[in-house]
Design a protein around this ligand. Structure first.
Ligand SMILES: Nc1ncnc2c1ncn2[C@@H]1O[C@H](COP(=O)(O)OP(=O)(O)OP(=O)(O)O)[C@@H](O)[C@H]1O
Ligand SMILES: [Mg+2]
Length: 595
């Protein structure tokens, strides 16, 4: 066996194996180069999913004839002027992309330095460089990569259908475009325009939001909370979608570090952690987070495709993200996404033949003017005996104006509260809302040292069918006490309940304990109840005073609305479903064709 130095072309092909995985990697490298060259417009053309052609044209600073021949040499870069790998302000820095791509394709680069009289072009085939010759090009740089992987047929076999490859290529341009709203982009595939982004106007934040709207959808832009936080020189800006705007995968989560799109498990975990109270485990929020870290705080030279980074202090960045997201979500309070009310509007729009919505207040009066005829609406609900609490027209107007969730006007189907606000109506799912209130209050109480308990006048003995269930409750007695439920074993198959959480009230402690036993069986032994507070509280809230199917007095309804207003996160239940929807008068007018 003799050791030998590998020929240059082979070295480049080996490097290409890491850098150029598929057409999308080529697109990404070429677009990054165009961005680094200060381009304001970048056009990408691909054919056959990038297999026969990838062409990227920019209007950036361009290259001279000498620079052109140097650019395709390995480890030749203009981007590390101080030889400092920890101070990288550009997307590229290794001088590896062009020679790697050129070693597995037929590449032609034409370029013209800004202000220069002539343009130059260079051809390379499978790594063999032809001399530079004059070319016709008005400005910037145009790189054409034809017959990708012709020199490495094994790689060709790994390519997926053209459609799949072009989707990946498009996704990589979209990601880069999100971080560069000042640049206009187009992508076309077999002559079809796949993406057209005009340069976004305004200051950075406006421009960024406009660009995000163009890529993630207007719905995201309308339902996103702005983020801006800083810790020890690391700054986080960007947008976080309301929890009610959620997705089945995490693909609508975009993370950027110093303008570079990255995939980072730590950052992904931070997002999950921040939203976990608001979303079911299989739902994912939409976010676009931009982390700006000073040189030295982040190492970008840790991944062949530069898709991952390493932070010097990962804990700091995680804390920054979780903190900023939680803060924004808390400040958003009970806001639910417009998607929810739009979906409701869509459903309510009178399609032909749909019956009128039925309400407990009966059919609409046909003759009397609506304004004078408010009495039936504010009368106490059937079956309630609190006439004094029925608000008159004047107090309704006051309450409606004074409170964001307005004044309760009716309860429908013993499940929904309808309230009048200053400029619209609000429909509350009383059960979902109450579940959220209980959860938030328990959490707050736990944080400040314990949940308030209420002693039962007569302790309640709960019999179980089997010993295991009784044991499950008894063995968690200490934890349950912290949550306000005081129990102890009673013989082998029963337990006795002495105190219950005050905010649930005393009724039917037996049913509550039985459900909790099931819940605990499902959770298994490993987890502390506090870590599963969400499930436990849902179970408890189900046994609280307000459930679906229970008739409420006006006082009770208004009390619920007022509690929601002062409770953080009350706009969605523990599973990310909204607890209420709001329809503005303007929306309702539109429904009736008045606008
Ligand atoms: N579109 C372009 N416009 C102007 N100069 C370019 C362009 N593309 C490449 N160059 C020049 O060619 C050099 C080599 O490009 P290449 O992509 O191979 O390496 P890099 O961008 O420096 O680093 P990396 O391998 O990390 O991408 C760049 O440093 C840059 O000077
Ligand atoms: Mg590069």
């Amino acid at each position: 066996m003799t050791i030998r130095r590998l020929p240059e072309t082979l070295v480049n092909r080996i490097a290409a194996g890491e850098v150029v995985e598929r057409p999308a990697s080529v697109v990404k490298e070429l677009v990054e180069n165009a961005i680094d060259a200060g381009a304001r417009r970048i056009d990408v053309v691909i054919r056959d999913g990038g297999r026969t052609l990838i062409a990227v044209t920019d209007d950036g600073m361009g290259m001279s004839a000498e620079e052109l021949s140097l650019a395709v040499e390995r480890h030749a870069t203009s981007k590390l002027p101080d030889d400092d790998l920890l101070d990288i302000a550009t997307l590229g820095f290794r001088g590896e992309a062009l020679p790697s791509i050129a070693s597995v394709s037929r590449m032609e680069i034409a370029s013209r330095v800004r202000g220069a009289d002539e343009a130059w072009a260079l051809r390379i085939e499978g790594g063999r460089i032809a001399p530079v010759k004059p070319a016709a090009l008005a400005r910037g740089t145009r790189v054409e990569v034809a017959d990708l992987f012709f020199a490495t047929p094994a790689r060709l076999k790994f390519l997926k259908a053209p459609r799949t490859e072009s989707d990946h290529a498009l996704a990589s341009v979209r990601r880069l475009a999100m971080a560069h709203p000042e640049i206009a982009f187009t992508v076309s595939d077999d002559g079809r325009e796949m993406l057209r982004l005009t340069e976004a106007q305004g200051d950075l934040l406006d421009a960024r939001l406009a660009r995000l709207a163009a890529i993630m959808g207007q719905e995201f832009a309308d339902n996103a909370l702005v983020l801006d936080a800083e810790r020890e020189g690391v700054r986080l800006t960007g947008y976080a979608g309301l929890p009610t705007l959620n997705r089945a995968t995490s693909q609508a989560q975009f993370l950027f570090v110093n303008g570079r799109p990255v995939q980072d498990r730590m950052l992904g975990g931070a997002v999950r952690g921040a939203y976990q109270d608001f979303l079911a485990r299989d739902r994912h929020p939409m976010v676009a987070l931009f982390v700006a870290a000073p040189p030295g705080a982040v190492d970008v030279n840790v991944h062949p495709a530069k898709a991952e980074v390493r932070f010097r202090d990962a804990g700091l960045v995680r804390g920054l993200i979780v903190g900023a997201l939680r803060h924004a979500l808390a400040a958003a309070g009970h806001r639910a996404s417009t998607t929810v009310s739009q979906a409701a509007l869509g459903a309510a729009r009178p399609h032909g033949g749909l019956p009128y919505p039925t309400a407990t207040w009966g059919p609409l009066p046909q003759t009397a003017g609506l304004a004078e005829d408010t009495a039936p609406y504010s009368a106490p609900l059937p079956g309630t005996a609190v006439p004094s609490a029925a608000p008159g027209a004047a107090t309704v107007a006051e309450a409606a104006a004074a409170h964001p969730l307005g004044a309760a006007r009716a309860q429908l189907h013993e499940t929904y509260i309808v309230a009048q606000t200053a400029d619209g109506i609000v429909i509350v799912d009383q059960h979902a809302a109450h579940e959220r209130l209980v959860y938030e209050r328990m959490k707050a109480a736990l944080e400040s040292g314990g949940v308030k308990r209420q002693m039962l006048l007569i302790p309640e003995v709960v019999e179980f069918e089997d010993e295991a269930s009784a044991n499950r409750i008894a063995s968690r007695a200490a934890e349950l006490a912290e949550l306000g439920l005081v129990v102890e074993g009673f013989g082998s198959r029963a337990i006795v309940v002495r105190e219950v959480p005050a905010l649930l009230g005393a009724k039917d402690a037996g049913a509550l304990v039985r459900d909790l036993a099931d819940e605990i069986a499902e959770l298994g032994d490993g987890l502390a109840l506090k870590e599963r507070l969400e499930e436990v509280c849902s179970t408890m809230a189900c046994h609280g005073s307000v459930r679906a199917g229970r008739r409420l007095t006006p006082d009770e309804m208004n009390a619920l609305l007022r509690q929601m207003e002062v409770t953080p996160h009350s706009g969605q239940c523990n599973h990310g479903r909204p607890t209420y929807v709001e329809l503005k008068l303007a929306d309702i007018e539109r429904l009736f064709g008045r606008r």
